[in-house]
Design a protein around this ligand. Sequence first.
Ligand SMILES: NC(=O)C1=CN([C@@H]2O[C@H](COP(=O)(O)OP(=O)(O)OC[C@H]3O[C@@H](n4cnc5c(N)ncnc54)[C@H](OP(=O)(O)O)[C@@H]3O)[C@@H](O)[C@H]2O)[C@H](O)CC1
Ligand SMILES: [K+]
Length: 504
Amino acid sequence: MKIITVKDMYEADRWTMEEAGLDEIVLMENAGAALASSIQVGEGNGRVILAGKGNNGGDAIVMARRWAEQKIPFSLWLLCPPEKLRSAPRQHLNAYVAAGHSFTVLAPDTKELLAEELNVAHLIVDGMLGIGTKGAPREPYRTILQWANHSQAIRIAIDVPSGVSEDIHQGEVFKATRTITLQAPKTTAFHPRWTSFYGQVEVVDIGLPDKAFEKVEVRRQLWGQEQVRRTYPKRAPDAHKGTAGKACVFAGSFTMPGAAVLAGKAAIRGGAGLTTIVTPKSALPLIAPSLTEATYVAASDEDGHFSGELPALGSFDAITVGPGIGRRKGSALLVDQLLEAENVPLLLDADALYHLSEDVSRLKRRGSPTILTPHPGEMAQLCGVKVQDVQTERLNLSRRFCQEYGVFLVLKGPHTVVTTPSGEQFVNHSGNAALAKGGTGDVLTGVITAFMMSHGSVQAALCNAVWLHGKVAEVLVEEKHSLTDVTASDVIDGLPSVLRTVEK
Ligand SMILES: NC(=O)C1=CN([C@@H]2O[C@H](COP(=O)(O)OP(=O)(O)OC[C@H]3O[C@@H](n4cnc5c(N)ncnc54)[C@H](OP(=O)(O)O)[C@@H]3O)[C@@H](O)[C@H]2O)[C@H](O)CC1
Ligand SMILES: [K+]
């Protein structure tokens, strides 16, 4: 599903109205109808619908008419005098009134009443400001946003939470429990400044034809269950361990053996036919008892770490380096040599990224796919910028990096972004805060390693692995865990149940 900018959305709107002849009134009707049916109204009274002067307010007015016809009690508040409404919302207000329904206009003598209603509301629907917002909300929106955000109510935003805009500001923003976005997800939903204001994001169809987006150059998409099901490869009935892929994972050290165990286990659970762990000799006995299915190569060891001497190896379908290798000179030498490995995809994670950041230009010499899986701190180091700069420019920075160095990149975080060497981007739509724990990154690395070998496309392999990893965390928390207690091993144990749903 394409992720679009405000400019893209207005262009698609224009095409739909001018070329397809569907006017704004119809789209607004569709929007209001979709909203009315996707919001669970719950028990009791105390539903407040807030409508601003623009078309976002128009969507709210249509939704209110639909609810009124279903005899759902609510109060509709108009935050500007009716004559100040834009044309389409005004027409819909006329229809609302003609149908015999009532509303209240915000005015000095009604302000207190709105404050009180918001205070006791159990559901607030935000149709105040949409994608036409510029900068921080002005009055009266600012004050109403403060009241709404203080309420204990469930808060549902129409299209975007009011106050969210492409120009970043520090003003008041509607803190939505859930945002029902019209037609296509907007880039602001994945901007670190705004993500938390969106709450849970849901996209509803309001009838714009796909063709409306054809002219829009969209190179950012949302990756979710539907895309995973479409691209997840079926295992051939005659598959054997050789065809399922041979992975070589350089991981672990005397002080960090667990990282190798987690990455290796996850690769095996993720479907790798054969997994070989290459680890310093003294770390091997710490790893092998916990990972019986792997084979091992004992690498030359210096103080429990890689000495830098590359052991003789057979041929592999994927090489991964990084989990638990540490930051010593020996592992730096190891990374340097592996970057020269020909004809095999190479995944660099964790401390391998630390060593890579010494000289990123080495990436340009690689002939086979290279995959980097940094968290924001590692990305900052790779790019020579501050972590904060990575967070505010996640999409743009990733794209520039991948295009310059010709790599695939998985930038981890609440909406993990996968970028291809040509700059196509995929924003992941699964996961939760349970993954904020040491070791979960090693698990992701293992799954990616396996998927790189089973999927025909590196991009699909990365996107599917990231989605699966996040989905497992969701299922764990839904079924038997809390956000606090999930461990990296739990994530490995949770892989089978989600994989089964994907394979069906
Ligand atoms: N195709 C679709 O997706 C459709 C979406 N719809 C909905 O329409 C809105 C966008 O509607 P639009 O009227 O363009 O914009 P808004 O509703 O966001 O309102 C913009 C007006 O609000 C004022 N404004 C702007 N910034 C601020 C601010 N910081 N503080 C206060 N007020 C602000 C401004 O008016 P002024 O006269 O004050 O300048 C804007 O004009 C979209 O989000 C969907 O919800 C359609 O219903 C169907 C098609
Ligand atoms: K809104």
